[in-house]
Design a binder for this molecule. Structure first.
Ligand code: KIV
Length: 257
């Protein structure tokens, strides 16, 4: 794991870092060879469970999905989101991060926030837990999903937070919906890789929710590019199955005992 993190850090300013989300073994095993990082994101709350926000995602949900993902990840660094209300103080964060890591065998955890969670992140890192930061739009506490970095105060705060996170030792920072020139400034300023989602091409790497990129999840966000229409394929397969069953073309002798 330490080696994977060193390789990631070495990629800064050299080659782009590829990160995608996975919530299950099957998806993880398909994307693993193309990724540097596979993130079990708490976005699973809205993508799979139709929650209105990620706030309702529980530690048990993250652990169960991560156990499945672990079976599909062979080469990528596996990062698991610590869900809302599981890191309100250092003691709680340490207990829950240890639980996630010991049960799921993931390589690292991700926490949202800057100065507010600095002491908590420091505690995790001093206990040899690898931490990924997350700045910009913070879905666990956001009241608005508008991009960040519109005004000077907001820009200064995010830049300051990125420096603080680097200082306490995060190995990478997700920048979510951060204005392009600010994402560029942060990426040039800090020594650890930035992974953007809606944060421009200037970041050291990019992350997308896999269900969005394959067209399985209905989403209309500017930062998503749909690379496939998997819904159409599933629909066609289900339709063909239905037709075969109705016409008694399935199962054939070769499918029977
Ligand atoms: O929860 C998630 O999937 C995330 C990514 C969008 C970065 O945090």
């Amino acid at each position: 794991m330490q080696k994977k993190i060193s390789i990631l850090k070495l990629k800064k300013n050299k080659s782009k870092i590829i990160c995608l989300t996975a919530y299950s073994k099957n998806i993880a095993s398909i994307i693993d060879k193309h990724c540097d990082i596979i993130l079990v994101g708490d976005s699973l709350g809205s993508v799979l469970y139709n929650f209105s926000s990620t706030k309702k995602v529980t530690l048990d949900m993250m652990i169960e999905h991560s156990k499945s993902v672990r079976m599909g990840v062979k080469k990528s660094l596996m990062v698991v989101d610590m869900p809302h209300n599981t890191y309100r103080n250092s003691k709680e964060a340490l207990k829950n991060a240890k639980k996630i890591i010991s049960i799921t065998k993931c390589d690292a955890v991700k926490l949202e926030g800057g100065k507010k969670v600095l002491q908590i992140i420091k505690t995790l890192i001093s206990n040899k837990i690898q931490v990924m930061g997350h700045l910009g739009v913070l879905p666990q506490s956001a009241t608005s999903f508008k991009f960040k970095g519109k005004n000077i105060t907001e820009r200064k705060k995010i830049l300051r937070d990125s420096k603080l996170l680097e200082k306490v030792g995060v190995f990478s920072i997700v920048l979510e919906c951060v204005e392009s020139s600010l994402a560029e400034e942060i990426t040039k300023t800090i020594g650890v890789p930035t992974i953007g989602i809606g944060a421009s091409v200037h970041c050291d790497g990019q992350v997308l929710v896999t269900d969005d990129l394959i067209g399985l999840n209905e989403i209309n966000a500017r930062f998503v590019k749909k690379y496939s229409n998997i819904k159409r394929h599933i629909n066609n397969a289900a339709l063909k199955f239905k037709q075969d069953v109705i016409k008694a073309k399935f199962p054939l002798k070769k499918h029977s005992y």
